[in-house]
Design a binder for this molecule. Structure first.
Ligand code: REX
Length: 411
C-alpha cells in the first residue's frame, strides 16, 4: 500500500515556546580523539519519494510485515508506507501509529542529562561514582564516558539475547532494578579502559537513567515529560515502564526467531525493563522528527552543550559513522551529514535523523527485528530522503546506508 500525506509543519509556536533554563554553560572539554565538525553541508535537495518507497518495499521484501517513513522539510511532510501494522487484522501501516523507538530513547536521556549539566547539577568529566557511590567498582569512569560509549562497561544484552526468542521471553514480563542491570554488566569482562575505544553498551545509558533520578529525585519518566515531551507537545511520546502495553493506535511488532522459517513472534507487549532509560520510549514518526529537529535547531540545549553533544568520534572504520553524546552522525553518499539515533527492540527497527540545522528530518520504522537485511533496507530511506535523486537506492539492492553496525549479526 502506498499513502501520501502532505501537510505543512505547524511546529513554530510550540517549539519557540520551549523553555529551557539557560544558566551559564560550563565549558565542555572535548573527548580524546574528537573529530572535527562535520564536512560543509551539501545544498538541500528535494527528497526522492520514489526512492523512499523503494527502500520500504526492500524492507518488506526482506521480511518486515510493514515499514513506513515520514520526511519533513521546507515543503511540509511526506509519508510513505508499505505493508501491514497488524498481521492478524491486516490493518495497513499507519503513519499516525505509535511504536517502540528503542535506542532513540538514548538521545532523550542525553538531553535530560545535559540539561542537568546546564543547571550545574552534574558535571560531564566527574566520575560517575561521585554521584552514585557504590554503583561501579571503578572511579575512573566519567559521565562523558557513559554518553560516548567509552566506559568499557560490557553490554549485558549480548548474553541476555544470545538466543533471540528464549532470551526475549525470559525478560518480556520482568521488572529489573537499574543496579541489577549494571551488575549483569559487571559480571562480564570490561571491553576497554575507561575513555578507550567506542564500544556500544546499553549499560552506559542505564547509568544515565540512574544519574538523572539521583540528581532530580524524580523517576526518569517525569523528567522526560517535563523537559521534552510537554514543551515540544509530543502527544504520542511516552515512557510507561514497566507497563507492557502500547496504548492507543499502534504498530504491532514481530520478532524474527533465529531458526530459518520459524513463525514470527508477536513481541508488541513487553516491559522493556531490560533497557529502561537506554531504550523504553514509545513514540511516533511525527514526534521523533519534531524532537530531533528541535534538538539540532538549538531549542532544547544551550549552544555550548549542543556543541558538546555534536563533538563526534568514529564508531567504525568506514569514516561515515560517528557518535557524540547520545547522538549519531551518518555521512551520506551525497556529502550530507545527518544526526539522530537508531533503535532496535524486539519487533521494531527505527531511524530518526535530521540535518545540522534541524530543517529536514526523516523518521523511518519497520515492525520487525533480528532481521539484519530488513534493517539495512530501511536505512536506505535516509539516502533517498536526504540525498534525493542522487541516492543509490535500487529495488532489491542493498541500501547505501548499511544497518546499524553496533549490532552483532542479525540484531
Ligand atoms: C537488543 C536485542 C538490541 C534485540 C539492543 N537494543 O541493544 C538497544 C538499541 C535498546 O536500540 N540499540 C540499537 C534483538 C543498536 C541502536 O542503538 O540502534 N536481537 C532483536 C537479538 C539477537 O535478540 N539475538 O533484534 O530484536
Amino acid at each position: 500500500m502506498r499513502l501520501t500525506i502532505e501537510r505543512r509543519l505547524t511546529l513554530g509556536a510550540a517549539l519557540l515556546a520551549v523553555a529551557v533554563a539557560a544558566p551559564p554553560v560550563a565549558a565542555a572539554a572535548p573527548p580524546a580523539r574528537a573529530t572535527p565538525t562535520a564536512p560543509a553541508a551539501a545544498a538541500p535537495v528535494a527528497p526522492d519519494l520514489d526512492g523512499i518507497s523503494r527502500a520500504l518495499r526492500n524492507t518488506t521484501a526482506a521480511g518486515a510485515p510493514g515499514a513506513m517513513a515520514r520526511f519533513t522539510g521546507p515543503d511540509g511532510a511526506r509519508v510513505r508506507t508499505e505493508g501491514v501494522q497488524d498481521r492478524t487484522t491486516g490493518a495497513a501501516m499507519d503513519p499516525r501509529s505509535r511504536f517502540r523507538a528503542g535506542s532513540v530513547t538514548k538521545t532523550f536521556s542525553s538531553v535530560v542529562l545535559l540539561q542537568l549539566v546546564a543547571e550545574g547539577r552534574i558535571d560531564l568529566d566527574t566520575p560517575v561514582t561521585t554521584y552514585l557511590p557504590g554503583a561501579l567498582p571503578d572511579a575512573r569512569i566519567t559521565v562523558r564516558h557513559l554518553l560516548t560509549h567509552r566506559s568499557g562497561l560490557s553490554d549485558y544484552t549480548n548474553a541476555m539475547f544470545a538466543k533471540t526468542v528464549p532470551g526475549f521471553e525470559a525478560v518480556r514480563n520482568r521488572v529489573f532494578g537499574y543496579q541489577e542491570l549494571v551488575d549483569l554488566s559487571l559480571s562480564e569482562p570490561r571491553t576497554t579502559q575507561p575513555g578507550g575505544a567506542y564500544s556500544y553498551s546499553n549499560t552506559n545509558f542505564v547509568l544515565v537513567g540512574m544519574l538523572i533520578e539521583k540528581a532530580t529525585g524524580n523517576p526518569v519518566a517525569k523528567e522526560y515529560e517535563r523537559r521534552i515531551i510537554k514543551p515540544l507537545k509530543l502527544r504520542n511520546t511516552m515512557y510507561v515502564h514497566p507497563a507492557t502495553a502500547i496504548k492507543g493506535r499502534h504498530v504491532r511488532g514481530y520478532l524474527h526467531p533465529d531458526e530459518a522459517g520459524a513463525p514470527l513472534v508477536d513481541s508488541t507487549e513487553q516491559t522493556l525493563s531490560w533497557a529502561q532509560s537506554a531504550g523504553a520510549m514509545i513514540s511516533d514518526e511525527t514526534d521523533l522528527s519534531t524532537f530531533m529537529s528541535a534538538l539540532l535547531g538549538g531549542r532544547l540545549l544551550p549552544a555550548g552543550l549542543l556543541d558538546a553533544m555534536l563533538t563526534m568520534t568514529p564508531t567504525d572504520a568506514t569514516g561515515t559513522r560517528f557518535y557524540g553524546l547520545g547522538l549519531r552522525r551518518y555521512d551520506l553518499t551525497c556529502g550530507t551529514s545527518v544526526y539522530g539515533h537508531t533503535g532496535t527492540v524486539q519487533g521494531f527497527y527505527t531511524y530518526a535523523f535530521t540535518t545540522r540545522d534541524g530543517k529536514r528530518s526523516l523518521t523511518a520504522m519497520a515492525n520487525t527485528s533480528n532481521r539484519g537485511a530488513a534493517n539495512t533496507a530501511l536505512g536506505g530511506t535516509l539516502e533517498a530522503g536526504f540525498c534525493g535523486k542522487k541516492s543509490t537506492v535500487k529495488s532489491g539492492a542493498p541500501a547505501a546506508v548499511a544497518a546499524e553496525a553496533d549490532l552483532p549479526e542479525n540484531r
